[in-house]
Design a protein around this ligand. Structure first.
Ligand code: NAP
Length: 367
């Protein structure tokens, strides 16, 4: 199939431009000479935007930052003016120890999606919106796979099992994506393309340390699972491939519907094995799995409710990624490269205790 690519005639908007995923997307766009309007909560905060200014330096595209909060109904209009293409990536991402699911996740995610899409409705230039959803809008818990005949989740599936009291982050992403499709269907000026990434790993361009991927890798490296790993599987994708998936979802003329962005699934013990192969025996990585009942009873110590552990520990997780490969042309990196490059960054940043003779120093991917 020959697919056409449409270069945007005008700047493109990236919401949450300073985020882990969005920063790589901004970099790709600027490299291509596409001007970017990025929204952030505080453009003046160097800790949150300094890396973006570094990325922008010397690139053919120009970056302009705008202040916008998901909760502000008119916050996105100024940044969106003149943009034919909008990437809506901003959404709160809290998986462990959620304090107030409605206030911290569901309200900002859904109201933010509504506000961005209403702004698209008011902005004549907008032709396409690419929404960053997640595989957690496709499934709620790994146990849901038992209901899927094909043995793998694909873009036709929806999360029907999460709610405010169970997997609230997944619920926030499901509600937001459903709302986006509803709003897209109610008009015909712009089209909606959705990307559904798995667990995003790989080196970041900023020094953000609280991302779920960072926490998983850090815990592994620092020995949190040294007595044994839970039988848990992760559908992994490299952050650079997620950025590429977004880019192509915006540029490929024929792109439509949802695109699962997952490279491969690996269990916690397999991830430990990949790290041991690359870094040797210097870290207290697990060598065996623990029986599911034991992982389930200890789950709350890691901020995971027992009910969530019960429906995820010991279950396989499989995804179909053919649409992203064939239509968006994403050539997913091997997970080994993703995992080892991410872990190396945590070592460089001192987030994993450097073993004797190990390096520290804060090297980042060249911006
Ligand atoms: P991230 O680094 O935490 O980025 C999230 C972005 O959303 C940040 O720029 C954050 O701004 C912004 N944001 C949060 N609440 C906001 C609010 N009330 N108003 C304005 N902006 C707000 O996480 P990420 O991994 O790049 O996630 C980006 C997108 O990918 C999200 O939609 C997430 O759900 C989705 N996703 C992520 C993964 C993953 O494994 N990381 C997997 C699947 C899907 P501040 O910097 O000001 O907090």
């Amino acid at each position: 199939m020959t697919l056409g690519r449409r270069r945007p005639r005008g700047p493109v908007l990236v919401t949450g431009a300073n985020g882990y995923v969005a920063s790589w997307l901004v970099k790709r766009l600027l490299e291509l000479g596409i001007d970017v309007h990025g929204t952030v909560r505080d453009p003046r905060d160097p800790a949150r935007t300094g890396h973006l200014r570094t990325i922008a330096r010397g690139r053919p595209g120009t970056l302009s930052l705008f202040r916008a909060d998901l909760l502000d109904p008119d916050g996105f209009d100024r940044a969106m003016a003149g943009c034919p293409l909008v990437f809506h990536t901003a959404s709160p991402l809290i998986v462990r120890d959620v304090d107030d699911p409605l206030r911290d996740l569901i309200e900002p995610a859904t109201r933010g999606t509504r506000h961005v899409l209403e702004a698209a409705g008011r902005t004549g230039a907008v032709q396409r919106v690419v929404l960053t959803s997640s595989i957690v809008a496709i499934y709620g818990d790994a146990a849901d796979l038992e209901q899927i005949e094909a043995g793998r989740f694909d873009e036709s599936h929806w999360n029907t099992t999460s709610h405010e009291g169970h997997q609230p982050y997944s619920y926030s992403k499901t509600l937001s994506e459903r709302l986006a499709w509803k709003m897209a269907e109610e008009q015909n000026r712009w089209d909606l393309v959705v990307v559904n990434p798995g667990l995003v790993l790989g080196p970041g361009l900023s020094r953000r340390t609280n991302a779920e991927g960072v926490l998983i890798m850090r815990d592994l490296g620092n020995g949190a699972h040294r007595v044994g790993a839970a039988e848990l599987e992760f559908a992994i994708v490299d952050v650079r491939d997620v950025a590429e998936g977004h880019l192509q979802a915006g540029l490929v003329r024929e792109a439509e519907g949802r695109y699962i962005l997952v490279s491969e699934t690996r269990s916690l013990i397999e991830i430990a094995g990949i790290l041991r192969d690359r870094f040797g025996d210097r870290f207290p990585l697990p060598r065996r799995t623990v029986p599911p009942p034991m992982s389930i009873s200890y789950a709350p110590l890691r901020g995971i409710p027992r009910a969530v552990a019960k429906r995820n520990v010991g279950y396989p997780l499989r995804f179909e990624n053919a649409r992203a490969r064939t239509i968006l042309g994403v050539a997913f990196r091997p997970v080994e490269e993703t995992i080892t490059s991410h872990f190396q960054q945590l070592l460089d940043d001192g987030l994993v205790s450097a073993p004797r003779g190990g390096r520290r120093g804060g090297k980042r991917p060249s911006p």
